[in-house]
Ligand binder design. Structure first.
Ligand SMILES: Nc1ncnc2c1ncn2[C@@H]1O[C@H](COP(=O)(O)OP(=O)(O)OP(=O)(O)O)[C@@H](O)[C@H]1O
Ligand SMILES: [Mg+2]
Length: 230
């Protein structure tokens, strides 16, 4: 039996609910991310992402481009499925993301990251000492490498989309995640992700060098092209 315990957070694009699942072997807490209805969300972004996922029928594709009502529903469906699929893929690839549980109408369920019913804070809200920050910067670059090995770029990575849990970073919010091979802006998004992270860690005293990090990730233009754009 599932019990709705309340809303964890309302966001621009989605609400996140806390669910208690009571089973024979005890109770587990789940987080359910539910996307806002179409007309309440910004639109420009959608096309960038749905346009290149290239899924769906030609009718859907045309309708999405024209943004008819049918098109908006199709975009919504692709958007909702997209984040769930990315979570499954990246969890399987070994990325430190919440364990995927199940898709639901308008969203999906995943493991709740927290202590008891207290949600883990976002990285942006915690004060790491310099040594810890140094460690976490390197851990997160390792996570970016795991994403790349799974042919993905997070696309919206920053201290706002990382939770701080049991002294470790857990990456959330895969709504803007893109395919490294097919997305034309993948390299730019990767750079932007690393720049956002570096800015946070430099404020905490880490010598977070963006160029070096990108080089280590194999993400300078030439190597990026050779590795993913054959
Ligand atoms: N698995 C989880 N466990 C605990 N808290 C979570 C979990 N997933 C999301 N949250 C909380 O919900 C917030 C919003 O989640 P997320 O970043 O995925 O959605 P969003 O639509 O980008 O929201 P926003 O518009 O605020 O950026 C997170 O910052 C976090 O506080
Ligand atoms: Mg977010």
């Amino acid at each position: 039996m599932d019990e709705h315990l309340g809303i964890l957070k309302t966001g621009k694009e989605s609400d996140v609910h806390l669910i208690a699942r009571h089973g024979a072997s005890g109770t587990t807490l789940l987080a359910e991310k539910r996307f806002r209805p179409r007309d309440r969300r910004g639109f420009t972004n959608d096309w960038t992402y749905t346009g290149v996922w290239g899924e769906g029928t030609r009718r859907e594709f045309r309708a999405m481009r024209r943004k008819t009502r049918f098109g908006r529903q199709a975009i919504h469906a692709v958007w909702v499925a997209h984040e769930w699929e990315e979570l499954v893929r990246l969890h399987a690839a070994g990325a430190t993301v919440p364990e995927p549980v199940e898709p639901v109408d308008d969203g999906y369920r995943m493991a709740f990251i927290g202590e008891g019913i207290r949600a883990a804070p976002r990285l942006v809200d915690v004060d790491l000492d310099r040594a810890t920050a140094e460690r976490v910067w390197n851990v997160l670059l390792g996570e970016v490498a795991v994403f790349l090995a799974a042919e993905r770029v997070h696309g919206d990575l920053s201290a706002y989309n990382v939770l701080w849990w049991r002294e470790r970073p857990v990456i959330i919010d895969l709504s803007q995640t893109v395919d490294v091979v097919t997305h034309p802006a993948a390299l730019d998004l990767l750079r932007r992700d690393v720049i956002s992270l570096a800015a946070y860690f430099r404020r905490r005293g880490v010598d977070a060098d963006v160029d070096r990090a990108l080089r280590d990730l194999g993400a300078d233009d030439v190597r990026f092209a050779r590795q993913w754009r054959r």
